[in-house]
Design a protein around this ligand. Sequence first.
Ligand code: PMP
Length: 366
Amino acid sequence: SSSSALNFGAGPAKLPREVLEEVQNELLSYNKSGMSIMEMSHRSPEYSKINTDAQAAIRELLNVPDNYMVLFMQGGGVGGFAAVAMNLINRTGTADYIVTGTWSASAAKEAAKYGKVNIVFPKPEKLGDIPETSTWNLNPDASYLYYCDNETVDGIEFPNMPYNPHDVPIVTDMSSSIMTKKVDVSKFGVIFGGAQKNIGPAGVVFVIIREDLLGKPMDICPSILNFTHIYKANSVHNTPATLSVYIMEKVLQWIKKNGGVEGMEKQSLEKSVFLYKAIENSNGFYSSPIDKKMRSRINVPFRVGGPNGDESLEAKFLEEAEKLRMYQLKGHRTVGGMRASLYNAVTLKEVKLLVEFMEEFQNYTL
Ligand code: PMP
């Protein structure tokens, strides 16, 4: 049918309809070749152009300075956790990790296999609280300072750049926030993440890395995760996920056509403000577990029926939402409740429909 579902999934997530239609049109015969892009060599001129264009689009959209490299690899965000450590921690043998939620905790655990990991502050009592920077335990000799820009599971967005008095290279996981806001790339050592939320389908990891951080991988680093190898091979060190890179390139062009990162940021703010306002105005029927300062614009977890949630109401909420073709609103299995993910392809109109449903559900229930 021509009317699609409303997809609030956390990833893989909604892709722009126009992009999917374009892919559909080209699927059997790419560029009049009589072959699908899936069937072509990753060394073909067709794929080389897609690879180059995707890199150029990321450079343009994020204003990437010349001394930064844009790489594509596989292994997902989790592969990136290991890759970051194996490529960078060798410089001093130790790294600082800021842990604010599920994914940064997982990254720190992974990195500890390859070097000494220093946790910058102990787990706060309340999720989403960040202690005073004066209490942070930062190591001036850290190879890098790591944080997760947006904790997808918990709905926590780091409010700005972390405190970094020793000017250590900053590494950030932007799996769920890339291209949803302007970033000053020159302030980072590495920005990486999976593409499958804001810029494409699953199967490709983007890495934006400052040139001087290349060339110091651990000996054990597998070549497929070796940033230096990948850079030297222009991201075709081995067979890439060609279909995923091809679709990602189209999503990047779609972002360019739709106001660029600035346009995405504006829309992201509108969508999240609209939804959080509805939560705030519900007299406690809906509630956000995260402190206002740290709330994510992108992944909005909320409980139904009180601050700790009423599980039977929540089940009913999901059931009723699905009747309206609103899907993937169930929170992560580790945190429960609901979660609405508002990635780039999700429109303000769709968020308004969700809020309309939330209001109706509350009125009907009370
Ligand atoms: N980091 C973040 C912030 C994520 O949201 C995710 C996936 N939800 C990951 C890492 C892990 O990505 P993957 O499943 O591609 O390994």
